[in-house]
Design a protein around this ligand. Structure first.
Ligand code: MF3
Ligand code: CO
Length: 260
């Protein structure tokens, strides 16, 4: 069952996701050579709590940190630790916040220093795939339309779509119905209706879409060790179009900045 949220609930989801977006902005601005992923996570956790939120990820199925920091070949669920960021790497940051009983969730990937052309193109294409997906999240469309937009954007650019992880509905729980594949499964899925809240999160690889899980049972890396990018927004399906909840007024590199 996919929840339809009331105006009051959507207002709280807007606040929760505004915290997420602010924290992402701040963390992204601290991505620099020499910083450890643990430093970034500590900053993120402090900022979440200062704003009256609770980190949704901390303790979720035993996850040991407030945020996920996924560097280069790490697709998602990178556990912050002593890894030092190096110039030329791309850094995925994923933040979830519980606020007044509702969850916000978003992610982005940014370059550390100057990165090569392939990585830069990967970031642009992945963000564009998310924008294309959000543009399809209109009432009356099928969920499959959203998934297809991601796959088409990624594969046209010569990249591959990770299969084993999906986006999700979100609200009073971090993961709610529906699951949102980033590729066409052949099933058209549910029809979208105003008031549905979706966390759409394409994970796009430069090489194979195959995934390997590290011994920590969290860190998901590309099977071929090539770079991967991840962008995520939480959105509400409106009467005519989707509204992105996880943006800030000052974010210029948000999905809207790259929308094609
Ligand atoms: N954005 C991710 C998700 O929706 C983050 C979850 S990390 C976890 O699944 F640790 F909480 F699992
Ligand atoms: Co998510």
């Amino acid at each position: 069952m996919i929840a339809i949220r009331t105006t009051r609930e959507i207002a709280i989801l807007r606040e929760a996701n505004r915290i997420v977006a602010d924290v992402l902005d701040e963390m992204a601005s601290h991505v620099a050579p020499g910083a450890t992923t643990r430093d970034l996570d500590a900053l993120g956790e402090r900022l979440i709590r200062e704003r009256g939120g609770i980190p949704s990820f901390l303790g979720y199925r035993g996850y040991p940190a407030a945020t996920c920091i996924s560097v280069d070949e790490v697709i998602i669920h990178g556990i912050p630790g002593p890894r030092k960021l190096r110039a030329g790497e791309i850094v995925g940051i994923d933040v979830g916040v519980l606020y007044k009983g509702y969850h916000g969730d978003a992610a982005l990937t940014v370059p550390c220093g100057v990165v090569d052309k392939e990585r830069l193109r990967l970031l642009q294409v992945t963000e564009r795939a998310l924008a294309a997906a959000i543009a399809m999240a209109t009432p009356g469309n099928w969920l499959q339309d959203v998934s297809r937009a991601i796959q088409r954007t990624a594969e046209k650019a010569g990249f591959s779509v990770v299969r084993v992880f999906v986006g999700h509905g979100i609200g009073t729980s971090m993961h709610e119905d529906p699951q949102i594949p980033n590729f066409d499964t052949g099933d058209r899925g549910p029809r979208l209706k105003p008031g549905m809240i979706l966390a759409i999160e394409p994970m796009i690889n430069t090489g194979t879409y195959e995934v390997r899980l590290l011994d920590d049972h969290w860190t998901a890396v590309t099977a071929d060790g090539k770079p991967s990018a991840h962008f995520e927004h939480s959105i509400v399906v409106g009467e005519k179009e989707a509204e992105i909840l996880s943006l800030t007024p000052k974010r210029s590199w948000g999905v809207l900045g790259h929308a094609s």
